[in-house]
Design a protein around this ligand. Structure first.
Ligand code: APR
Length: 314
């Protein structure tokens, strides 16, 4: 029997997720959105069914505004909410998206309590926290998509700078999904060669800054909405690792219970994702400067989470 992937929110990221999930034959796909968008997501689903003969994939894609249709989902990916407009920070979305996420969390708990849940809605680190608290789902089954995207951006900019294949750039970005995130040059390599041997400090600093502001750069360029291709694929990487028990080691906003000195918060750290969900949080030995940057990003996430004033339901 095919797996089932439920997409909560069928907007820019949701529709891209649907296409990627179907194309990669991860399973059948249900796109859920609010009643006003029901016809639209049904249209997107039908379009993807009609694309299948050219794309050569077998997957049933349906659109719905009935949450019951997500029942039995193996994976739930949440993009419900509003994206940024030029000039807005991710935190500016908090007041509106917190209501949406709380509502969605209750619905997922009711209809798909066994799903592995990937949260994408911003402000990410706070939204994944709220989703887990309100749903009461195990922290190992709730994870935020940020680090895979931030690391992809970091890697992409390095590959562009050095004119090398993206395949050979390996690295990680830790911390919150915002300007305090921590790309780690010391742990970045290009075909095994340390990045610090390939670029001088000024160039590395420039790429660090561009990575931190990469989402904002896209928001400005688009003029309407925020990035969608790259966040969608980053979420698919995480979902696929769970569905296929690939045990990939990926930077994700994961629940920390003491790791890095963080207690009870979701923060971007390297984790292993397999059939058990988030199976392990890896602790990197950081130097003092990196520790200080991580502490700063943790404080930023804490401040946003404190604004949420969310009580756990379970
Ligand atoms: N349940 C389901 N879907 C909802 C709900 C809800 N309660 N509320 C809103 N939506 C839907 C909207 O109708 C819309 O179709 O969520 C979709 C969001 O799509 P877009 O506006 O295109 O936003 P998108 O670019 O996909 O980004 C979604 O992810 O990266 C973050 O900052 C981004 O918070 C934003 C989210």
């Amino acid at each position: 029997m095919r797996k089932k992937i439920a997409l909560i929110g069928g907007g820019q990221i949701g529709q891209t997720l649907a296409m990627l999930a179907a194309q990669r034959e991860l399973g059948d796909v249900v796109i859920y959105d609010i009643p006003e968008m029901e016809s639209c997501v049904k249209g997107k689903a039908l379009d993807l069914m009609e694309m299948a003969p050219c794309g050569n994939y077998d997957a049933n894609v349906t659109g719905t505004s009935n949450l019951k249709d997500i029942a039995g989902a193996d994976v739930v990916i949440v993009t419900a909410g509003v994206p940024r407009k030029p000039g807005m920070s991710r935190e500016d979305l908090l007041a509106i998206n917190i209501k949406t996420i709380s509502e969605v969390a209750k619905g997922v708990k009711q209809h798909a309590p066994n799903a592995f849940c990937v949260i994408v809605t911003n402000p990410l680190d706070a939204m994944v926290y709220v989703f887990q608290k309100v749903s009461g789902l195990p922290p190992s089954k709730v994870v935020g998509q940020a680090g895979v995207l931030d690391t992809a951006r970091w890697r992409a900019f390095i590959a562009m700078e050095l004119n090398v294949s993206i395949e050979d750039v390996a690295g990680t970005v830790l911390g919150g999904h915002g300007p305090t995130m921590v790309p780690v040059p010391r742990l970045t390599t290009v075909g095994g060669v340390p990045l610090t041997d390939l670029l001088d400090k000024a160039a590395i600093d420039r790429i660090v800054e561009r990575t931190k502001e990469a989402g904002t750069e896209i928001v400005k360029l688009l003029g309407r909405g925020s990035a969608f291709f790259s966040p969608a694929w980053a979420s698919i990487v995480m979902a696929e690792s769970y569905l296929k028990d690939k045990k990939r080691v990926l930077p994700c906003a994961a629940h920390c219970s003491g790791q890095y000195g963080v207690q009870g918060l979701f923060i971007g750290v390297p984790v292993r994702i397999g059939a058990g969900g988030v199976e392990k949080v890896y602790e990197i030995s950081l130097n003092d400067a990196e520790k200080a940057m991580l502490a700063k990003t943790v404080e930023a996430v804490k401040a946003t989470v404190a604004e949420c004033k969310v009580e756990a339901t379970a």
